[in-house]
Design a protein around this ligand. Structure first.
Ligand SMILES: [Fe+2]
Ligand SMILES: [Fe+2]
Length: 235
């Protein structure tokens, strides 16, 4: 099983013809493609239409989660529907199996990293914020729990650990991910966790339990001078 992965492709309604050419190389190089969120730039339906022009050239199964940019214009449900109608396996607390490997995913949320996470204390606004982060943890936990494959892969947009966002300004670390997602990983021990969102982050690190985590944001792959706009993992 050769798995291609990328995040943060941020496709706009203009200039996507070059993306069609670059992304369609995945057909010859991988058995499935993961896109870990921020498929569009501002979450607009016409951007998703452009994105689907790119994705419809891809013949291998595509497994995706939405990112915060896909929520920006409040059309996230419409965008999710467009992806599902196009045959993309969009994960939002659910799971999908292909080639003997199980995938579970959700967008995730921010809130910071242990031991300095935001806790649900004080104002209602803070409690509501933390509740969203908790809900995303539960969705990832539930999706992973549904899988019965020997090998599981977790997909989020936000980072489950701090070490793969290193490179971003430290002041914004709490807005780039949440240790709550790492706790879901610890419970189910996937062989790999993929995320994006931190465009200037670090490609590779491990959780406290030794689970490999990769930040596959397209900007990081470009900085690594990857030949293609995705990276390949072999299983
Ligand atoms: Fe992004
Ligand atoms: Fe993002």
């Amino acid at each position: 099983m050769r798995l291609a992965a990328v995040a943060d492709i941020h496709i706009k309604k203009e200039n996507y013809e070059e993306d069609i050419r670059r992304f369609s190389t995945v057909n010859d190089l991988a058995d499935a493609l993961v896109i870990a969120g921020d498929l569009t730039n501002h979450g607009l339906p016409n951007e998703m239409t452009a994105c689907l022009r790119v994705l419809e050239q891809i013949r291998v199964p595509i497994i995706a989660v939405l990112g915060n940019h896909d929520h920006e214009s409040g059309h996230q449900d419409e965008l999710a529907g467009m992806l599902r109608v196009a045959g993309v396996h969009l994960l939002d607390g659910n799971c999908f199996e292909v080639g003997g490997i199980g995938f579970a995913g959700t967008k995730g949320f921010c809130g910071g990293f242990s031991p300095h996470e935001l806790m649900p204390f004080g104002e209602t606004g803070i409690k509501n914020f933390v509740e969203i982060a908790d809900r995303e943890m539960v969705k990832l936990d539930y999706g992973l729990a549904q899988l019965h494959t020997e090998k599981k892969i977790a997909i989020t947009h936000y980072a489950p650990i701090k070490d793969t966002i290193v490179g971003e300004p430290e002041a914004i670390f709490p807005f780039l991910g949440s240790s709550r997602l790492e706790r879901a990983l610890s419970r189910h021990k996937p062989v790999l966790a993929l995320h994006g969102h931190a465009h200037k982050g670090t490609f590779s690190a491990v959780t406290q339990d030794g689970i490999p985590v990769h930040n596959v944001a397209l900007h990081i792959l470009r900085a690594r001078k990857e030949e293609h706009p995705f990276v390949i993992f072999d299983f």
